[in-house]
Structure formats: C-alpha cells, structure tokens
Design a protein around this ligand. Structure first.
Ligand SMILES: [Fe+2]
Ligand SMILES: [Fe+2]
Length: 291
C-alpha cells in the first residue's frame, strides 16, 4: 500500500521565505576581544573545523548557482529559490572567511579525503545526483554544528556555530523540496538514486574517521558518537518520505545500534523536518538546541 507523501510546501512558499531571510543577512560582527582557547591544540583544531565548514559553504554556493542555471528554462521560480539558497551559502562563506582571520587562521588546502569527496561531487552532472548529494552534505553539516554547540564554550565560536546551525536546519528540508521537484520531472531516476543514497550513506558515516583526528580537540565529539549521529540523521531524512522508498543500509544501522523504531520515532522532531524549516524561517526566533 502506498502511503501519502509527508507535509510539503510549494516552491512559492520557499521563495518568499528565502526573500524574507535575504533582508536579514548582516555583516560579520567581530568578537571585539581575542578568542580564547585552553591550548594551542584546541586553537589549531578550531581552525581546522572552520576550514572544513568553509569548504562546505564554497561547494554549496557553487552547486546551487549552477543548478539554478540548469533549472531556469523549465522552472524559473525553482531557479530563483536555488539562487537565493546559494546566496545564503555565499553569505556563510563570507562570514567564515572573516571568522577564520579572527581565529588567526587562513583558508588551507583540503586534506586528501575531503578533496576526493568534493572532486567527485563537482564532477556530477545529473541534477538528481547533485541534489541528493547536497542534501546529504547539508545533513551531516547541520548535525556536526549542532553537536559542536553542545560542547564548545568559546563565545565567538558559539555565535558562529549558532548562525550555521540555524540556517542549515532550514536548508535540509529545502533540499528535500529540490529533490522532489527534480524527481517529478524525471521519476525514472529513482532506482539509481536509491543506490546512490546507500553508497553515500556508507561513505559519509565513515567520514568521522578522517575528520576526528583534526577537529576533536575543538568540538570534543568522539568518533563513534559522530558516526552514529550521522547515520541517525541521514536515516531519518527519508523515514517519513515513504513514497520515495529511500532506505539506509540495514547492516550499518545495526552496527551502530540504531533501530527502525529510533529512526521513525524522532523523525517528526528531527531538525531535518519540514516542521523544523517552518520554525527556522525567521532566524531571530529560532532557539538552537544542541543534539
Ligand atoms: Fe551554509
Ligand atoms: Fe546549507
């Protein structure tokens, strides 16, 4: 039996939300006092953490604007939504550039694993592939920011993390909307996307093995905790979108001790839900809770 698709919003809803948000993108306000870290190790790890965030934003703006150009001929309103969405990532990139300077760091070359990921992603040509990949990147980004917020006490770093967490909470369901529009146009892509979802799921859940040695001294998130949180949030992404039938690799969930019930149970309260997007439209009204 086919269950109905979950709550969704029309493209016009996303457009007006993004237009309202665009009027409130302010310039970076410097901390006013030097940032304080307990050790040089923590300071260095913070630079690495925000470097990774910078790369994610850079890739986000690039892909969103390219997609906007592709989509314009068949859905100008969706193209506008993509353009405005890319602008938010561009704003994050600017904020992070200034914040990195304040951290006494700079934009560094990517590590081997990150470079490989972005290289493969930048080469993707199919719209559905780009949108699904981006959605999954947004999900692990917002999960990492949220968990870091639970552990980081440095006030300026917390302010930066709060902005990013709030906005990514809006971007995840927005990307679910993109995916649905693209699939409406090309339903035959779904079987391929199911395979891609499983492949990306496994690769992204393993990513903390590469990121933890670099950033843990700053965000204090343990490897297994981050792997489990990635699996949980990536798994929850489609746990209510029954019609898409995108299901995560069972063996991996089992290894990380995640039951189907846990996936379904938290989905309505998950930061990735449409309800969360509605609450996140007005940035100023969002209270950010750590995972
Ligand atoms: Fe962002
Ligand atoms: Fe984003």
């Amino acid at each position: 039996m086919n269950r109905p698709a979950p709550t969704s919003r029309p493209t016009s809803w996303w457009r007006s939300a993004l237009e309202r948000r665009a009027t409130r993108m302010h310039a970076y306000a410097p901390a006013g006092a030097p940032l304080r870290f307990e050790s040089e190790l923590e300071h260095r790890a913070a630079q690495k953490f925000f470097n990774a965030a910078f790369r994610a934003e850079e890739s986000g703006i690039h892909q969103a604007h390219e997609l906007a150009d592709t989509v314009r001929s068949w859905d100008p309103e969706l193209a506008e939504v993509l353009r405005l969405y890319g602008n938010e990532e561009g704003w994050h990139r600017e904020l992070l550039t200034e914040f990195l300077a304040e951290l006494g760091g700079q934009i560094e070359p990517m590590g081997r694993v990150t470079r490989t990921f972005y290289k493969v992603y930048a080469r993707a040509k199919r719209m559905d592939t780009i949108v699904l990949t981006n959605l999954m990147f947004e999900t692990i980004g917002s999960t990492t920011y949220r968990m870091a917020l639970g552990n980081v006490s440095e006030p300026a770093a917390r302010r930066m993390l709060t902005i990013l967490t709030r906005d990514e909470a809006f971007h995840v369901p927005l990307n679910v909307h993109f995916l649905r529009r693209v699939l409406e146009r090309e339903p035959a892509a779904l079987p391929r996307l199911r395979r891609l979802y499983q492949l990306l799921f496994a690769s992204l859940v393993l990513l903390p093995l590469a990121s933890r040695p670099k950033a843990r001294a700053f965000d204090r998130i343990e490897t297994r905790d981050l792997m489990r949180a990635y699996a949980l949030e990536l798994g929850r992404l489609f746990s209510r979108e029954h019609d898409l039938d995108l299901s995560p690799p069972r063996a991996l969930l089992w290894l990380l001790g995640i039951s189907r019930r846990e996936l379904a149970h938290g989905a309505a309260h998950s930061p990735t839900s449409v309800e969360a997007a509605e609450q996140a439209v007005e940035r100023e009204d969002v209270s950010v809770t750590a995972l």
